[in-house]
Design a protein around this ligand. Sequence first.
Ligand code: SAM
Length: 472
Amino acid sequence: MYDRYSMVADDFIDDGEINETLRFADENKHNRELISSIIEKARNRKGLEHREASVLLACDIPDLNDEIYKLAGEIKKDFYGDRIVMFAPLYLSNYCVNGCVYCPYHAKNKHIARKKLTQAEIVAEVTALQDMGHKRLALETGEDPVNCPIDYVLESIKTIYSIKHKNGAIRRVNVNIAATTVENYRKLKEAGIGTYILFQETYHKASYLELHPTGPKHDYNYHTEAMDRAMEGGIDDVGCGVLFGLERYRYEFAGLLMHAEHLEAVHGVGPHTISVPRIKHADDIDPSAFDNGIDDETFLKIIACIRIAVPYTGMIISTRESKSVREKALRLGISQISGGSRTSVGGYVVPESDDDSSAQFDVSDNRSLDEVVKWLMDLGYVPSFCTACYREGRTGDRFMSLCKSGQIQNCCLPNALMTLKEYLMDYASPETRAVGEKVIQEQLQEIPNPRTREVTGRHIADIENGERDFRF
Ligand code: SAM
């Protein structure tokens, strides 16, 4: 029985409710009047319910689809301006006891190189990431209680935060590790993590059980209820996502929004971010073996509809996607992207050859961080290395209420410009720096509050003179 307030996965991700939603969406995909009224409702920038958003996703009327894309772009601009937050993944360990059939880390894969970074290797990887200019990481591990216990993850976080190299420091560590206990989430919170990220993979329970045939991840309810345990453990920024390609995308889309509605209903705050990974080729994995792959057009429509349905939720795209798809996705709603990523364990220090790979999937965007930063600015965006909100305690519902009131805008652009300035001073190529200095001068004028504009300008001059780490 569908109940968004229930703490049981089968109730808040009720299969019957999703099927009913899909039926309703399908019946109304040509219903001009209904679709127009949903678009009108979405214009108030307060989001949509899963049934409404599912109708937009199904919409089959070209001029209304154009309106959907246009609105997604406007909402994106209203909430996130031109800023794009930068991050990089850091793979700590690929030991895994699970049997996920789409993932090369699955326990039965005997030809992938198994690796786990020592603390000294972590120092080397993070130093390499800092030398690129990164300030924000997403830690990635397989699930293995013996080879990769929680204490190892906690020790690694401590190591990462302790590394100060030249002018660099990692200021926010997000964590993407397997579903765990409230006690372990509490420990992660105490270790100072930013967002806890966990992809649902699929919300379809029967498929989930088949796609995760063995290992602790087989437990659908334990996995699906992980965000509730994370929040109980004090982590109020959580990141959701599904792996597109495993199940029918409309089912996943409805499930994702129902998950967000559940978190908002029970904890007063929805997900901080939503990621939109698509299955990629990897060692032992052929994406064409999965029947539900989506083309680029569908993928972009999903992104636009997520943007409209949950305007306050950041949206993340990784280097699984190519430069051209990323460019389109940025316009429709993506607010965070990775750059210069390596998906192998130890890959920032020693890039791997194909025959000794520990990589999780093939990367489609192989450009360096500097190239990505310059490309973003050429497209009119402001790459941001900001980590201020979480360091200022603006997390969970505090972040969301500031965001909803529009107040957040007073901090974000100045913080983006100051961290971009740091990047330009410490890491950028001369070409990128030249473009960036222009962007900063132009964007400074966009800061509405004159006092904030003046202080930001002063701090940018201070950064030029060697000072670092200012924030609002
Ligand atoms: N092991 C952790 C867990 O159990 O949730 C998560 C870390 S895993 C390194 C990060 C994510 O990569 C997975 O949640 C999955 O969605 C994604 N992934 C796995 N195989 C993939 C593939 N072949 N192509 C694209 N993404 C993949």
